[in-house]
Design a protein around this ligand. Sequence first.
Ligand SMILES: N[C@@H](CCC(=O)N[C@@H](CS)C(=O)NCC(=O)O)C(=O)O
Length: 215
Amino acid sequence: MSLTLHFHPLASFCHKALIALYENDIQFEPVIVDLGEPTSRAAFLKLWPIGKMPVLHDHARDRVVPESSIIIEYLDQHHPSPVKLVPVDLDEARRTRLSDRFFDLYVQEPMQKIVTDRIRPAGMNDPHGVAAARTQLETALGMVDNDMQSKPWAMGENFTMADCAAAPALFYADKVAPLASGHPNAAAYLDRLMARPSVARVYKEAEPYFKMFPS
Ligand SMILES: N[C@@H](CCC(=O)N[C@@H](CS)C(=O)NCC(=O)O)C(=O)O
């Protein structure tokens, strides 16, 4: 098998890459990384010393591809498939990348800040940082709600990389700030995402690991 994906089934940025792979039925070997287990951790850090998942290894081209957005761009480029996740039109592509950045930086990151604070050792919490993250998440979710009033997917009629980013971002954001209470369009968009077969498959496979999610 040419492609190996190093990932963890509970990790939101890994879900983004998995959605892209499943969306186009691209074959790959999954390798679960356990950063708490010395052998798995050492093997992963050897591949990508930054230590963030997911990482795609393309053995045929001898390429190590980190960063979820870059992995999706790489797949789009080297595994041309029916669902074009990065539009060919340059303006559309740039707008798609902006939406992808938006979901990563302004939904996923504050959501992760809130969640990871729950598992910090006693006395090491960061209430100021968590409050700032909650404010940013609320602002971002308001923008998503406004943007998703009248279209099925983030870029309009076509499912793209922006939706791959939106699915895990909104899935976990909904756990820390339930969308239905103040953001009905964002909640309906999350429902559409969850009904998409590639997304549904990722969350079905992640189910056994959800007990590890700090609630
Ligand atoms: N910008 C990176 C972020 C990746 C990231 O933060 N991954 C998390 C899992 S969702 C991770 O590897 N965390 C492990 C750690 O920080 O030790 C991407 O888009 O791939």
